[in-house]
Design a protein around this ligand. Structure first.
Ligand code: LFR
Length: 470
């Protein structure tokens, strides 16, 4: 058996097929990378799911034969299949506004307390539960979350991987099975939710036509198919006293726990209890993340991120900060204009140059990280001595330093490709090459470049800035 594994990892701004080799330690190389983003058609925001599938096949062809394949992506979004297994309509992007008001309506009908008690999930307007209630489900026989849909196209096998299913709002947080009575109470068709599968389980071999197209064949295995579950699995932590921030388009900031926290305080702070691998709970909150920066860059064609980050480091500290989680920042659009409005609304002068906007975004994000990490510790009772910042954001030196300063804790940055690493390590474990979560994490710690940032001790200025926005 070869010690090579392929990770298909779809992020909101780019997708990639990564190749891992565990013959000697753990090395990861990129077989193929491709852009991803929303497509607006007739006022609705979609993913280009077929384009993504084509790029996945191109990536697998480039990767060459492996022992197995795992697929992960962002959460909550799905495709609906008809009786014959054909896709009914194009999957809608979670930033589409068709769910406006749905969360409030559902809370009014079933009660916000009940929803939290059943699913343990934070309320985000785009949770699957709200999307399904906003969609037409006529003719739908099966609902497949994005990685499960890709897995279905690759193998012909339908199922719902449990870490991602936990982001739907329709999975029972205690039993990790579909919350059938809630599903029925909401009037959703219970039959569209496929059987659950666990990370490490084999889906099956590639369909013959798929194998013919990429030139080789291998089994597909379920992994932590929610990208954040895979990223947290690959956090290079040595013991339990850590917090993590999986920082990409979103920043997912929190702690790992053996069981859920379902207290009224936790619900009020909108903390989520998402399923991690091996029965762990990802106790975290979504912080708006690098989306703020990505959307600023889209508004400034021709700008250079490296230059802007360097210039931002030299800008005046705390000239203006915003609460990064204001709902107004969620949809695509003119981000600098929305940041300027938010500054004015909170009695601050808007930034006056792109570098000043970038400074504002990075300080604001660090404030978001600080609040989420502190509340996660407080609400769960879990103390952290270090913050592991993983994902693409770990390459952003200014953000890593700001996060250490704002939180008053050391930040260990990296790996940038934590998600792909978590994906392949679950496959390698299923193949018997790695023993458990602890060994997976130490393999990451020893094989991947990491960088440590110490807090600078300027806590007072961060306290003052936090008081301005929260
Ligand atoms: C991160 C992520 C988050 C989820 C958001 C939307 O990529 O998966 O965990 O809340 O995307 O699906």
């Amino acid at each position: 058996m070869s010690r090579r594994f392929a990770a298909v990892d779809l992020g909101a701004s780019s997708g990639r097929v990564m190749l891992a080799d565990l013959s000697d330690g753990l090395s990861l190389t990129e077989a193929h990378r491709f852009p991803n983003g929303p497509v607006r058609v007739a006022g609705r925001l979609y993913w280009d799911i077929l384009g993504l599938y084509r790029e996945i096949l191109a990536g697998l062809r480039a990767a060459g034969p492996v022992s197995s394949i795992g697929v992960d992506s962002w959460a909550v979004d799905y495709g609906l299949l008809d009786e014959s297994g054909a896709l009914l309509g194009n999957p809608v992007h979670y930033r589409d506004d068709r769910t406006r008001g749905v969360a409030e309506r559902v809370a009014g009908a079933v009660g916000a307390e009940r929803l939290y008690d059943v699913s343990g999930l934070q309320v985000l307007p785009f949770n699957t539960i709200y999307q399904l209630l906003a969609d037409r489900l006529d003719g739908a026989a099966t609902m497949l979350l994005v990685p499960d849909l890709i897995g279905y196209w690759l193998t012909g096998e339908a199922g719902a991987e449990v870490t991602n299913a936990s982001t739907t709002g329709l999975l029972d947080v205690r039993t990790r099975s579909w919350a059938t009575s809630l599903i029925e109470e909401l009037g959703l068709p219970a039959g569209i939710f496929p059987p659950l599968r666990q990370p490490g389980e084999a889906l099956g071999g590639l369909r013959r036509d798929v194998a013919a197209e990429i030139g080789w064949s291998a089994p597909v295995r379920a992994v932590g198919s929610h990208d954040t579950a895979s990223a947290v699995a690959a956090v290079p932590a040595a013991g339990p006293a850590f917090a993590y921030i999986s920082c990409g388009t979103w920043s997912l900031a929190g702690v790992e726990l053996p069981g859920p926290v379902l207290t009224p305080e936790s619900r009020a702070a909108n903390f989520t209890n998402e399923a991690g691998i091996d029965g762990t709970v990802r106790y975290l909150r979504n912080v708006m993340g690098l989306w703020l920066l990505q959307e600023c860059l889209r508004a400034w064609p021709g700008s250079d991120l490296g230059e802007l980050l360097a210039a931002a480091a030299g800008e005046k500290p705390f000239a203006a900060v915003v609460n990064p989680d204001e709902p107004v920042f969620l949809p695509p659009g003119d981000m600098p204009a929305r940041i300027a409005d938010e500054c004015r609304r909170t009695g601050q002068l808007p930034p006056s140059s792109p570098a000043a906007y970038v400074r504002c975004v990075l300080e604001s994000l660090a404030l978001g990280h600080r609040l989420a990490v502190r509340q996660a510790m407080e609400l769960s009772g879990r103390e952290a001595e270090v913050i592991h910042l993983v994902g693409g954001g770990s390459r952003n030196e200014v953000l890593c330093q700001f996060t250490a300063d704002a939180c008053g804790l050391p930040v260990v940055a990296g790996p940038a490709e934590a998600t792909a690493l978590g994906n392949v390590l679950v496959q390698a474990r299923a193949a018997g090459l790695v023993a458990g979560l602890e060994e997976m994490r130490s393999l990451v710690a020893y094989s991947q470049p990491l960088r440590r940032y110490e807090p600078s001790g300027a806590a007072g200025a961060w306290d003052e800035a936090a008081a301005r926005v929260f």
